[in-house]
Design a protein around this ligand. Structure first.
Ligand SMILES: C[S@@+](CC[C@H](N)C(=O)[O-])C[C@H]1O[C@@H](n2cnc3c(N)ncnc32)[C@H](O)[C@@H]1O
Length: 257
């Protein structure tokens, strides 16, 4: 049976420094896609982020794209250090990771005010759940998401289509009908290493293979955009070909269904 336990001690600070200390084409594309996912909403309501790790990139972009912060953020991840990073940022700890590069990029891109944006996100009710998504959603998270986001989870934590689909089912399970969904993947990922020498398996997905996998996971979209995203140069690590970005709106149940 699959388990997320190899991510239990996810190297959160190493990962943040490596991938989020600088906003290159990949992070810019992710933030634009996250913003596009929620652009038609007046308020974000409840945002569920699955495998969110220590990254606030997508959420900051969503807050910048709407006039209000989320009412509630439900953050599900198995890595204990990720929760510690989030907690440090939420209490404005001087040792917290500096999200300045992403905030300054959002200021330039959207005209948002970084202080207001930060305050709005910190003011949300944060519900940080440490859980293994192979075991299903934690209690109380099913169907609560007005917005459900998952970036670099399903392809990074599985090594075959069945595993990818199983983790993607959590997106559908967390969403209310009509929810906005934002998804991102490392495109055509080969096995990869984090801080230590362990080689992590990955599932190679691209913009052509993604849609049937989303359907197999039970996601039915009223609107969907899937596209290939850029790759940083030099690339962040060996063995991938940019990003795959998808965002859309789930179907409402049909009348009488
Ligand atoms: C590559 S990181 C992506 C982090 C973040 N979403 C981002 O955009 O940078 C993968 C994340 O998925 C989490 N993860 C992996 N398997 C998991 C599982 N079975 N249940 C919950 N979280 C898991 C890891 O702890 C890690 O934070």
């Amino acid at each position: 049976m699959s388990s997320g336990s190899r991510f239990a001690n996810f190297p959160a600070r190493f990962y943040l420094r490596k991938y989020y200390a600088h906003i290159g084409p990949e992070n810019a594309a992710l933030m634009r896609a996250a913003a596009a996912a929620v652009a038609s909403l007046d308020t974000l309501g409840t945002v569920v982020e699955l495998g969110g790790g220590p990254s606030l990139c997508g959420l900051l972009a969503m807050v910048a794209a709407t006039d209000s912060g989320p009412h509630r953020v439900v953050w599900v991840d198995i890595g204990a250090p990720n929760g510690e990073e989030l907690a440090a940022w939420l209490r404005d700890d001087s040792a917290a990771f500096d999200w300045g590069p992403a905030l300054r990029w959002l200021e330039r891109e959207t005209g948002a005010d970084a202080h207001a944006l930060t305050a709005r996100l910190r003011a949300a009710h944060w519900d940080v759940r440490r859980a293994d998504l192979w075991d299903g959603l934690p209690a109380g998270v099913g169907g609560v998401g007005d917005v459900v986001a998952s970036y670099f989870l399903a392809e990074a934590a599985s090594d075959d289509a069945d595993g990818f689909v199983e983790l993607t089912r959590r997106v559908r399970e967390a969403a209310r009908p009509g929810a906005r969904v934002a998804l991102a993947y490392v495109r055509r990922s080969e096995p990869y290493r984090l801080e230590d020498a362990t080689l992590h398996p990955a599932f190679a997905v691209d913009e052509h293979s993604l849609l049937p996998l989303l359907h197999a996971a039970g996601l039915q979209f009223a609107e969907l955009e899937v596209r290939r995203g850029p790759r940083d140069e030099p690339p962040a690590r060996p063995g991938y070909a940019g990003l795959v970005l998808a965002h859309g709106r789930l179907r409402e149940p049909l009348a009488g269904a």
